[in-house]
Write a protein that binds this ligand. Structure first.
Ligand code: GAR
Length: 366
């Protein structure tokens, strides 16, 4: 006998399940997502989410909404197949498919007791409309940690990189003049750096950095940093992460990017984010390093290329170059001398990375 095609649950079925649970003093958990290519990260996340209540419904993005969110090559599996695979998991009691951009209507109709979301979100970066609906129906919002090293995009990227050979895919992030970006572009153009610049991202819409990138015809993105003039908001952190994932970036280069990157990027790109800093680290971390060197009476300064971790200017040093601090130096004069070294050192470090074929796309993705 041929097997029946799987059909997802209706919203009315799920609402009935929720009401029955409530009568018994039990809780329905709700989560939503694309779940295109299931991996252990999904399974662990769903197990944790299910443990927050007594039954769980997964609202699955329809094929059209996955395309809108992830690009024209996704989903890999159609919505009925994705629903069928999900429904077979121990943690999942029902699957509904939804076509809207937001899960608001589902939340309002189903009225879940608990809402679970993966740790690439914070309560503040949840969509405002969905959050209002959740608060309205009295759902408890729970953000669960990401499982490091597991992602659909990471898996796809790994397969693609294994198929297509290893040309390093670089993203450059900056906020200012863009002289280091110019040095990287020249090194790619003259063949000293065997890599592709696949994304250029800035938090400054009018920067020379972004202008240079556009002049060079590179994929250029302005990301609104949010209202705090010093910090990068949660929504911006997430948007940058999504640009990197979409462009299948191997290495993220911070070339004068003056805000601090946080999750989900730091974990997902761990060991693959480099920064250039205008001092001989560990001396003079943070902003205005050339000025700090002059004020400290240093006779020598320079630049450091280092790996980026959650702690500012503290990751592993990859290379340094030294310059003298001269009598009568201003911060500007010293900085110009340092930058001349940065323009050589940063492309050299990246070129070495390319020659060793490291790091591999997807190797540390979350
Ligand atoms: C560079 O000197 C870089 O080392 C520094 O910003 C400058 C950007 O110049 N970065 C930092 O101070 C990070 N803490 P650019 O926009 O001309 O490349």
């Amino acid at each position: 006998m041929p097997l029946e095609n799987y059909s997802p649950a209706s919203i009315a079925d799920v609402r009935r399940l929720r009401d029955a649970l409530e009568q018994q003093g039990k809780k329905l958990v709700f989560t939503n997502g694309c779940f295109d290519l299931l991996h252990a990260g999904h399974v662990r996340y769903l197990e944790q989410a299910r443990a927050l209540g007594d039954a769980m419904v997964v609202a699955l993005n329809s094929d059209a909404s996955v395309r809108a969110l992830k690009g024209p090559d996704r989903p890999l599996n159609n919505e009925n197949d994705r629903a069928e695979v999900l429904a077979a998991l121990r943690a999942v009691d029902a699957v509904v498919v939804f076509a809207e951009d937001r899960a608001t209507r589902l939340i309002e109709t189903i009225r879940p007791h608990v809402y679970a979301k993966g740790g690439d979100y914070t309560v503040d970066s949840l969509n405002a409309e969905e959050r209002a609906a959740l608060e309205n129906v009295g759902a408890e919002i729970r953000i669960l940690p990401l499982v490091p090293g597991r992602s659909t995009t990471g898996t796809i990227n790994k397969m693609l990189s294994e198929k297509s050979g290893q040309r390093l895919r670089i993203a450059v992030l900056g906020s200012g003049e863009g002289s280091n970006l110019r040095a990287i572009i020249s090194s790619v153009q003259n063949g000293r750096l065997d890599a592709d610049i696949v994304a250029v991202i800035s938090d400054q819409a009018e920067s020379r950095f972004l202008e240079l990138s556009r002049e060079a015809g590179l994929p250029s993105h302005f990301v609104d940093p949010g209202s705090n003039p010093r910090k990068l908001g949660d929504a911006a952190q997430k948007e940058i992460f999504e640009h990197l994932e979409r462009a299948r970036v191997d290495v993220v280069v911070l070339a004068g990017f003056m805000r601090i990157l946080k999750e989900p990027l730091i974990t997902a790109y761990s060991g693959r984010i480099v920064n250039v800093h205008p001092s001989l680290l560990p001396k003079h971390k943070g902003a205005n390093a050339p000025q700090l060197a002059i004020e400290a009476g240093d006779t020598e300064s320079g630049c450091t290329v280092h790996l980026v971790t959650a702690e500012i200017d503290a990751g592993l040093t990859l290379a340094q170059a030294r310059v003298p601090v001269l009598p009568g130096d201003t911060p500007e004069k010293l900085h110009a001398r340092i930058k001349a070294e940065e323009h050589k050192l940063l492309p050299q470090v990246l070129a070495k990375w390319c020659q060793r074929g490291l790091p591999v796309r997807g190797a540390v993705a979350s």
